[in-house]
Structure formats: C-alpha cells, structure tokens
Design a protein around this ligand. Structure first.
Ligand SMILES: Nc1nc2c(c(=O)[nH]1)N[C@H]1C(S)=C(S)[C@@H](COP(=O)(O)OP(=O)(O)OC[C@H]3O[C@@H](n4cnc5c(=O)[nH]c(N)nc54)[C@H](O)[C@@H]3O)O[C@H]1N2
Ligand SMILES: Nc1nc2c(c(=O)[nH]1)N[C@H]1C(S)=C(S)[C@@H](COP(=O)(O)OP(=O)(O)OC[C@H]3O[C@@H](n4cnc5c(=O)[nH]c(N)nc54)[C@H](O)[C@@H]3O)O[C@H]1N2
Ligand SMILES: [Mo]
Length: 780
C-alpha cells in the first residue's frame, strides 16, 4: 500500500482554482499520468489514435467524436482513462498468493485499481480466503454447471456501459435464451430518467442533438452537468459556439470551472497568452433540486409575456403554429405555471425572479436553442418530471426538429446509450422480441426483469442465486452499502468480467469467479484475425473502434469471447445461434444486430468506419412523434421541488449531492484531488455554505459524521459516514456537496426517482454531528 495515497482529511489543503479549465494544467497533468502508469513510451503513440476514425473510441466519456478530429482528439481525463487501461502495472496471481481477500478488503478503492490489470482468471478459495488461478475452460464449465441448476428467475445479468455493441448484443441474447430479462445496467443509475421521460414527451429514448447542430444553434441552456471534468471534449464545441457570440446559460448549484472559463490546450495562441473563452454568459446558481421551480419561473414569464403579446395583437412569444400542429397539453402547462407563485418559485429554486426572467428573455430571443443536461437533473426523486420541464421549455418555441435546436442528455459511459439500443434492458417492451424469436428460434421471456434498484431489493430478499457482471463495480456504485454488502456475501455465485480489481471482487458471493478481459484499447485477435468493435455516442452516432495496444496479458479473453464461451456451454445447442462462429468473426455479430435492428444498423459493417460515425434515424428530428398519442407532449409539473419529500429547509437537515471529482471515473479513483474545485489530498470532505456552518455551530476544518434522515415511515435503519471534514464553499444555503462512492452508505435504497428508479443521489437528506477530532485550520 502506498501511504502517500492514504486519504487523511486532516492533512487536506484547499485553494481557489483561478485558472480556466484546459490549458497548461491539463498538459502538465497528462505527462504525470503517463509517468505514474509507466507508459511514457507507448502512451503518446496510442493517444494519437484516440477518437480518430481509424482508431479507438475513448473508454472514458461518451461525447461525440467529430469527422474532422483535432490532432489530439482527447482530453486530460480521456488520457487518464487510457493510461489507466494500458498501465504497465499488473495484479497477477502472485499478488493474490500474497494477500487474502480479507487483507485486500482493507485497501482503498484507489489502491485496489492501482494494483494494475488483472492477468488471469481467478476462482475464490474459501479455505485459504484467496483468489487462485483457474483455467478458462474449468471456470466456464463450473459457472455453466452452477447456472444450469438454478432457477433462471433468480439470476441477474448486470452490465456497465462500457461494453461494445457486439458484446452487449450477445450478452442480452445469452440472458434471454437462458430465460430472463434481468438485465439491469449502469443506465438505471444514470440516464434512466431520460429513457422514461423522452419517449413520453417526444417519442424517442435518446437525445436529438448532433455535432452539426452546434454550428446552427443560437442559444445553449446547460443544466446539471460538470462538463470540464465529465465530458471535457465538449468544451471544443462550446468554445466554437461562444466564438460566434452564442449565449450559454448554465443552471448549477456550483460554479463549475469548465463552464466558466476554458483555455484550449491545443490552441497555441490561447496557451501563450492569458486569453481564455468565457463559457457561460449567465450562471444561475440554483439550489439542489431547484430545476423544476426555475423552469416553472421561466415558462411562467414566457406564457405571461405571450398573453400580453396576444392581447396587444403583437408577435407571439410562443410558437403558436408549432404548438397547434404538433403538441398536446399546452393549456394544462400554461394553467399550472400561471398558478405558481413567484414567492414559491424563488424559494424552491433559490434564484431571484429577475435572474429567471433574464434567462427566459435570452431563450425567447433565440431561434434555435439546444438544451444539455446531466446527472444534476436525472438523479432526483422527480428527475423524470424535471426532464419533462426541459422538453416543455423547448417545445414552447418549436425548438425540436430543426437545425441547431433539440435536447441533449449528456450520457455517461462510453457505450451506455448503445447498450440499450441493442437490447440491454429489463423492459421487454423496448426489445424487438419477435425479431429475436424469428432470428434465433426460441421463445424470449415476456416477464419484466429487474432494474438496478429492484436487483438490489432481490439481493436483500435473498432471491438472487447468481449475479453476473459485465464490467462495472456494482457493489460500490449502488446506494445503501451498509445493507447491500452483508446480503451480497450471501449470494451463492458471483461472476465478474472485469479489467481491474475492485470492491465488488472482494465483497463476493459464496462462490466467486473473476474473469479478466481485454480493454477496448487492446488488440483483439480471434480465429479470423484482428477484430474491431463499435459503440454509440451521446449524439446517437455509431463508431468503429480498433484496439492497438498489446494485451496486458496473453491469458486475457475479449468480452465477446467470454460471453460466447459461457453461452455455448450454458445453453442448449441451437443451429441459429453460433456462439463460437460469432467469436471467431465479429462482423457476423454485426450482421445479426443488423437483422434485429435493420432501421438503425443497415449496412453496419460498411458504415461503421464513417468518419464522425453514422447517425441512427430519430423521428423527433423530423418532427414525427412516436408517442402514444402521436403528438409532442407538454407535461404540467405536479409540484415545484425535484425532491418533494425533503424535510423543510432552515432546520438541521441539509441536502447532500454526491458527485464526481476531477480525479476519478465513477468508482475508479485515480487520485485524491479535485483540482477545479480546489480540493487537494482528500475525498472525505463536505463542501458547505458558510452561513450553514455558522448557523449549525460547526467550524471550517471540523470533523463530522454525516447521518441520514430517513424519509420512509417504516425505515429505522441507521446510516452514517464519519471522518468527514467541513469546508466552506460557494454553494447555495442548505446544500452540501460530497464525493461518490465514499458517501453511498448514506443513501437509502428506496430514495430513488419515482418513475425511473434512478437512485436520487443528488439530494440526500442528512444532518451533521461534530466529532471531537478537528483538522488543523483550513488553508484557503
Ligand atoms: N472524468 C470522468 N468522466 C466521466 C465520469 C467520471 O466519473 N469521470 N463519469 C461518466 C458518467 S457514468 C456519467 S453519468 C457522467 C456524469 O457527469 P455529470 O452529469 O456531470 O455528473 P456529476 O459529476 O455527478 O455532476 C453533476 C453536476 O450536476 C450539478 N448538480 C447537482 N445537483 C443539481 C441540481 O439539483 N440541479 C442542477 N441544475 N445541477 C445540479 C453538480 O453541481 C454537478 O455539476 O460523466 C461521465 N464521464
Ligand atoms: N452516490 C452516487 N452514486 C452513483 C452515482 C453518483 O453520481 N452518485 N452515479 C451513478 C452512475 S451515473 C453510474 S453510471 C454508476 C457507475 O457504475 P458502474 O458502471 O458499475 O461502475 P464503474 O465505476 O464505472 O466501473 C468500474 C469498473 O469497471 C471495470 N472495467 C473497466 N473497463 C472495463 C472493460 O473494458 N470491460 C470490463 N468488463 N470491465 C471494465 C473495472 O474493473 C472497474 O473497476 O454509478 C452510479 N452511482
Ligand atoms: Mo453514468
């Protein structure tokens, strides 16, 4: 264990990051990452192929990859993710011979993954409490034999959004041929609120914006996304847009650096001079959970201004023709916003009426508006309603289905959108089951499967006999660790397909296998030669991706090969499902995908190398509405708070948002600093408003325990996380920011979005208890 990497909040330092995002900081950080992973030599060559038409699709975020890429079409965080995958460090059998699982459990998340790439398949040995090497064929036979004895209803097939379209398609097919739709995925914790909201409002499950739209837009609204950290390549498009003078209005409780100022590390002019691009033209520092209220205020101003315009016979403010021809529900929405009081709007949004009116005026001045959003919107109790409010705003002025306009949910994992496109979902109605039946001559299961929260509930109820994981770190990513972890250890069989050691490998089932796979950056050699895979980005474009690094170990298999080998042992022989043939030549998997989804994937093998990717057809882009009533739908808000069951403000209860820092990819923690927010040397910190610190008789630098305030009447569980340092920060009163996944023990499993069951991790009610071990005075 590296003691330098120990998270000691008492030794943390804080500063104000005064520079822009991007710039020298990025370049410097990049060099030190390559050095740390000992990949100085191969790193730069590999990075030059990142997100290029003939290269590999970045394994970090899912932002679009342009047809005419920059020389370096990657960001600092994408480079970190690459270095993390091509690292020269190895977690080989020698490491596991040295340490029991109980010992490894003492390691931090960061130390576990820093051990490096897994090299060989491993089987848990309860006698020695160690993971021991196992032959691939023995592992597959053993897992298949176990699964065959189990009730398919009790087996879960989780996936994290990184696996390729090819691997994902085979995975869902294996689960369905085995006999269930228990296919929860990381999207259930992420943009599921989007997948529920958009089909009802505009009849598509994904965003409508493509990169081209950035050239035609004349206003961008930005809700709840930390772009500088989580999709930094988008800053290129934002910079271009700003250079044209297009306004960007941002709604976020925190003044995220990447949305304030940006220096392009690839632009020599900006690098040599202190010039930078101002990103947001108006920054609305909204309260956590205040989006529905803020949007109500904006829409109220628009509707009332339109009333006046109509009365005066002046030009309408709303697009009345579009509303009449294309939409349903305008009158209900208008009535709801007219009835809302400004007093309530201001109190719940935490924003003054003038600020909201200013934002609304910017919006109505523009002819083509794009709206982008992230986890700050989806991960609330009323996350689905909040998204309806976003589409409401766009539909008011026909900002859907015209160049430069539309909605853009900024997706997380690099292929999370694509997985859903090829059938990874617990909802049978989203899958063309008749096509699967025809193609593979089996009866697909009709019963709805479990999503992530339901799978956790099943684990708690001891209904799960096996949990298979295609990537990810399920045990760490989900809420309520204190309840989930003990139940997890009771699962008869857990199987993880993974690249690095993580907590889910250590908190394992009674029997446990670790099946290490190739990463997307590595060369994938099969019987017919080197294979490529494909992914879908946040803008619905499909890209080919070819690995170019030598595999971390000769004993790794690709995800496709692991699924194919397991399926061919698990499932009865079926001449229509040639698992080993698919593994030998992935182009045949793409042929199968094309047969299941001809509209999206016609000529898949030819088109996958289109520069910039090929776009899936999206009816909403052509103002065709595949909603139940054939219209684009307005939805009136049921209430103004995205978190209506939160105890009243002003008391001791605070709203905790759990979020990512600059040195992590989800549960993968690269380091202890969050540079743009000025936090160094710890992740055990709560960023608070200074007035709250005083009001609650706390002190900056004091150490506290955070305790969850239960909101369900029958919940008596005690949830707490201790040794957290208080730091004053520019955040609205009543709101607190802390880091995920360290704070996940605080989140009750039932605290999820009402309609989508996305854990409501952005607004957890907590109170703070002073510990008597203080940190030295803060150094800000
Ligand atoms: N480097 C890096 N890149 C990543 C990831 C990573 O961990 N590291 N993760 C990937 C994944 S899976 C995902 S889903 C995305 C996540 O990317 P984001 O969507 O940016 O997710 P978070 O980091 O959780 O940040 C949420 C943002 O919403 C704001 N926010 C919180 N509550 C509210 C609210 O009530 N209203 C509004 N308007 N804003 C709010 C927070 O201040 C923060 O800026 O990034 C992807 N890309
Ligand atoms: N409190 C709180 N909780 C959250 C969130 C939050 O904002 N706050 N965000 C939620 C969101 S948006 C998401 S998406 C989930 C993330 O949940 P997951 O997707 O389950 O978690 P990750 O941390 O992305 O998974 C990291 C692991 O993936 C494995 N891995 C990496 N690359 C590969 C690969 O190429 N193949 C395979 N097979 N495995 C690989 C590595 O072993 C690594 O340890 O967490 C959710 N949980
Ligand atoms: Mo995500």
């Amino acid at each position: 264990m590296n003691m330098e990497n120990k998270d000691d909040p008492r030794k943390a330092t804080f500063d104000e990051y005064t520079n822009a995002a991007g710039g020298w900081g990025s370049v410097h950080a990049l060099g030190s990452i390559l050095l740390q992973e000992k990949v100085m030599l191969k790193g730069p060559r590999i990075l030059s192929k990142q997100n290029k038409p003939d290269g590999f699709a970045c394994v970090s975020c899912s932002w679009a990859k342009p047809a005419d890429p920059h020389v370096f079409e990657f960001c600092e965080n994408g480079a970190k993710a690459t270095a993390w995958e091509i690292t020269s460090k190895r977690a080989d059998p020698a490491l596991f011979a040295q340490h029991t699982v109980a010992e490894l459990e003492q390691w931090t998340d960061m130390e576990l993954e820093a051990a490096g790439r897994l090299t060989d398949p491993l089987r848990y040995d309860p006698v020695t409490d160690k993971y021991l090497p196992v032959a691939w064929s023995e592992a597959f036979d053993a897992i298949a034999a176990e699964l065959k004895t189990m009730d398919p209803e009790s087996v879960v097939f989780y996936s994290s959004g990184r696996a390729s379209l090819e691997a994902s398609y085979l995975y869902q097919l294996m689960a369905r041929m085995y006999g269930n739709n228990h296919l929860p995925d990381s999207s259930n914790m992420c943009h599921e609120s989007t997948s529920v909201a958009l089909p009802k409002s505009i009849g598509v499950p994904v965003g409508t914006v493509t990169l081209d739209d950035f050239q035609h837009t004349d206003c961008i609204l930005f809700f709840g996304h930390n772009t500088g950290t989580n999709a930094p390549r988008m800053l290129h498009q934002l910079e271009d847009v700003r250079k044209r003078g297009v306004p960007i209005v941002t709604f976020n409780p925190l003044r995220e650096r990447g949305l304030e100022r940006f220096v392009n590390p690839q632009s020599p002019v900006e690098m040599l001079t202190p010039a930078h691009t101002d990103v947001s033209t108006q920054y609305v520092q909204i309260k956590v959970g205040g989006d529905i209220a803020a949007l109500t205020g904006m829409i109220k101003w628009i509707v009332e201004a339109d009333d006046l315009a109509r009365a005066a016979g002046a030009k309408r403010i709303v697009d009345a023709d579009f509303i009449a021809a294309h939409t349903h529900g305008f009158d209900e929405l208008a009535a709801a916003v007219r009835a809302a009081s400004w007093e309530e709007i201001e109190r719940i949004s935490g924003v003054g009426r003038d600020e909201l009116e200013q934002a609304a005026k910017t919006y109505v001045k523009a002819n083509a508006v794009m709206l982008m959003y992230g986890m700050g919107v989806t991960q609330h109790r009323e996350g689905v309603q909040a998204i309806h409010m976003l589409t409401n705003l766009l539909l008011l002025r026909g900002n859907m289905g015209k160049p430069g306009a539309g909605i853009c949910p900024i997706r997380g994992h690099s292929n999370v959108q694509g997985q859903r496109t090829v059938g990874i979902t617990e909802k049978p109605e989203l899958v063309p089951m008749d096509k699967l039946r025809q193609q593979f001559h089996f009866e697909p299961p009709a019963k709805k499967g479990w999503n992530t929260v339901e799978a956790c509930e099943a684990v708690l109820a001891h209904k799960v006999s096996a949990f298979i994981m295609l990537g990810g770190n399920f045990v760490r990513a989900v809420p309520d660790h204190g309840r989930i972890e003990p139940a997890w250890r009771e699962i008869p069989l857990t199987v993880q397909i993974l690249t690095k050691l993580n907590r889910s490998a250590l908190i394992h089932g009674k029997k446990s296998f670790l099946l290490p796979c190739l990463g997307r950056i590595e060369i994938d050699r099969q019987a017919s030669g080197e294979q490529a895979v494909s992914v879908e980005d946040s803008t619905g474009c499909m890209h080919g991706s070819r690995g170019l690094a030598e595999p971390a170990s000769p004993n790794l298999l690709s995800e496709v090969a692991i699924i194919g080998e397991l399926a061919s042992r698990l499932l009865p022989p079926n001449p229509h499902a040639d698992w080993r043939g698919w593994v030998a030549d992935y182009s045949t998997i793409r042929d199968a995908i094309e047969r299941t989804y001809p509209d999206i994937f016609h000529d898949f093998n030819q088109r996958m190398w289109t520069p910039g990717g090929f776009a899936r057809p999206l009816d909403a882009r052509e103002r065709k509405w595949k909603t139940p009533n054939g219209k684009a739908n307005f939805f009136a808000p049921a209430g103004l708070d995205s978190d209506p069951d939160m105890p009243a403000p002003g008391g001791e209860v605070l709203r905790l948002m759990t979020t990512r820092g600059d040195s992590q990819f989800n549960t993968t923690v690269y380091g202890l600093s969050d540079r743009f927010r000025g936090v160094h040397g710890t992740r055990r910190v709560l960023l608070m408003n200074r007035a709250d610190i005083d009001r609650l008789h706390l002190r900056e630098g004091a150490m506290v325990t955070a305790v969850t305030v239960n909101t369900a009447p029958d919940d008596h569980a005690h949830r707490s996380v201790g040794t957290l340092r208080i730091q004053a920060f520019d955040i609205p009163p009543g709101c607190v920011m802390g880091y995920y996944p360290e704070l996940n023990p605080l989140i009750p499993l039932y605290h999820h979005a009402r309609e989508s069951k996305v854990p409501a991790v952005k607004a957890v009610p907590i109170r703070l208890v002073l510990e008597n071990r203080d940190a030295p005075a803060a150094s800000r």
